[in-house]
Design a protein around this ligand. Structure first.
Ligand code: CMP
Length: 139
């Protein structure tokens, strides 16, 4: 089925002017960008977005990193979008990511790993809703 997922192009990637290169890899994987905006995440937004990781030792640093520069938040649409997106992103740690994936190609480390993607349809809906109004999504 055609579904949606939520993606973030992270500050390490925008800093290196890789917005287009990352988006091209998403598109080449069969995903369509149906909403996109470049934002400076606030501390409050980052902490809310990553609230499930609040007790993890890396939570503070993760929020520092995600607010260290602009990000591009996107809604992606395609056949099995969550899985398709996760496949093209590769493993969280670029050292474990397969050749040809976004993280293997571009990520600097486990934290500065260039992209975020939703891990389930349920979380995709929550994450899309966190950053977008329905009228900003044009399929
Ligand atoms: P993301 O998919 O955005 O979800 C949580 C993020 O935490 C993850 O990608 C990584 O960028 C970041 N992170 C930093 N350190 C770790 C770690 N040790 N394990 C997992 N994720 C980490």
């Amino acid at each position: 089925a055609v579904t949606r997922t939520f993606s973030i192009i992270k500050p390490d990637a925008t800093r290196r002017n890789l917005t287009g290169a990352v988006t091209k890899m998403l598109e080449d994987a069969g995903l369509r960008v149906v909403a996109s905006k470049r934002i400076q995440m606030t501390r409050e937004q980052a902490e809310g977005f990553y609230a499930v990781h609040k007790e993890r030792p890396f939570f503070g640093e993760l929020c520092d990193f995600m607010t260290s520069g602009p990000v591009v938040v996107q809604v992606l649409e395609g056949e099995d979008a969550v899985k398709r997106n996760r496949d093209v992103m590769g493993a969280t740690n670029p050292a474990d990511a397969a050749d040809g994936t976004i993280r293997k190609t571009f990520a600097e480390g486990i934290e500065a790993n260039s992209v975020h993607g939703s891990d389930s349809d349920e979380n995709a809906a929550i994450e899309i809703d966190y950053f977008f109004d329905e009228n900003e999504i044009v399929g």
